[in-house]
Design a protein around this ligand. Structure first.
Ligand SMILES: Cc1ncc(COP(=O)(O)O)c(C=O)c1O
Length: 388
């Protein structure tokens, strides 16, 4: 039986395999059982075994939450019904009149939640290029209560210095929440760099097999954990036990998958860069990426996410490529074992007004790849026959 407390000092591979996994006390089952129940029988009113109703407590979810905390070097983990639901809970920590600084390049659904839902409740969002730390410093006011950073960003792979941002947030008395979806806990651990909350779309690398929608928050503060748990219990964005089981299983191979994503990502990024029909390639592993030095310091590798534009930057040329790949499947999402190709302007980032998108460099012709863990030569061949 793995001692969960001692896992904190173990190497990543050991953590990923053993985090949250304790033999089931009733049978010894090595895999966490899926407690598919909505409620728990009480022996007398208020007399129970710590489990009352499954919106508040579920043993499969609790095992996953222990695992999430361990793999992000945090004290507490909370699992949510989606990444967006996790983000929603963080914003509900705020009050009308509070200000949030967020990146101008980030997942379209996060932008939609901020601008279309929470602005109506009197929370003010400022979107800026957080890869330039001076921009954050200038924008911070006494009303800033949260800095929201995605690094690397979706889809332009911009990098924000987490330690420097954490220092600004601390001085301002604001929380720093880092969306760590693109890096995964294998490549980057924002709590170690001073962030207050780490957010994941577990749908992506944590799950790893494109078969689950889920989100996560990890933190060190008991107070923040309790507030977020209260919000979750009150608003109801809990994941089902089967989905918790799937994410727990996904985490066990995260280190192996991420190593291969990084290896394949390197091969594909080099291939794209040398291709005569391609103009720009956005990948944070290039030594001439504007924030390469920061990426190298705060990440263990550069992953398999990248975007590119063609020299013919028309939507028609992009659509021809998007419809021609045979291994790269045309689909939203990322982080699964299989490679995906995506058109941010019409798919994942369609909710951002075109003018905003273009201003931030997200053109109509931009193509995003989630490089999977198939054979890299086959992936290159697939792109070769699609980009002609
Ligand atoms: C960086 C990032 N954050 C958050 C989300 C939202 O997560 P979910 O789709 O699990 O709600 C996504 C989804 O694509 C994402 O890419």
């Amino acid at each position: 039986m793995s001692d969960q407390n001692s896992l904190a000092n173990k190497k990543p591979a050991t953590k990923f395999i053993h985090a949250g996994a304790e033999p089931d006390p009733s049978t010894g089952a090595i895999m966490t059982p899926i407690y598919q129940t909505s409620t728990y029988v009480q022996s007398a009113p208020g007399v129970n075994q710590g489990f009352e109703y499954a919106r508040s407590q579920n043993p499969t979810r609790f095992a996953l939450e222990r695992a999430l905390a361990i793999i992000e070097n945090g004290k507490f983990g909370l699992a949510f019904s989606s990444g967006v639901a996790a983000t929603d809970a963080v914003i509900k920590l705020l009050n009308p009149g509070d200000e949030v600084i967020a990146g101008s390049d980030m997942y379209g659904g996060t932008y939609r939640l901020f601008s279309k839902v929470f602005e109506r409740f009197g929370i003010k969002f400022m979107y800026l290029d957080t890869s330039n730390i001076a921009n954050i410093q200038t924008a911070v006011t006494s009303k800033t209560k949260l800095i929201w950073v995605e690094t690397p960003t979706n889809p332009l792979m911009n990098i924000t210095d987490i330690s420097a941002t954490a220092a600004i947030a601390k001085k301002a008395g604001a929380l720093l929440c880092v969306d760590n979806t693109f890096a995964s806990p294998y490549l980057q651990n924002p709590l170690d760099l001073g962030a207050d909350i780490v957010m994941h779309s577990s749908t992506k690398y944590l799950g790893g097999h494109s078969d689950v929608i889920q989100g996560a928050l990890i933190m060190n503060s008991q107070e923040i954990r309790d507030q977020l748990y209260f919000i979750q219990k009150s608003c109801g964005a809990v994941p089902g036990p089967m989905d918790c089981f799937l994410v727990l299983r996904g985490i066990k191979t995260l280190h192996l998958r991420m190593k291969q994503h990084c290896e394949n990502g390197f091969v594909i990024a080099q291939f794209l860069r040398k291709h005569p029909k391609i103009d720009k390639v956005y990948w944070c592993g290039f030594s001439d990426h504007p924030n390469y030095d920061i990426a190298k310091t705060q990440m263990k590798g550069f992953g398999g996410m990248m975007s590119f534009t063609l020299k013919d930057d028309s939507p028609e040329a992009a659509k021809k490529v998007l419809s021609s790949t045979k291994l790269f499947a045309l689909a939203e999402s990322l982080g699964g074992v299989e490679s995906l190709i995506n058109h941010p302007a019409s798919m994942t980032h369609a909710s951002i007004p075109r003018e905003e998108r273009i201003k931030n460099g997200l053109t109509d012709g931009l193509i995003r790849l989630s490089v999977g863990i198939e054979d890299a030569d086959d992936l290159v061949e697939d792109l070769k026959q699609a980009i002609v």
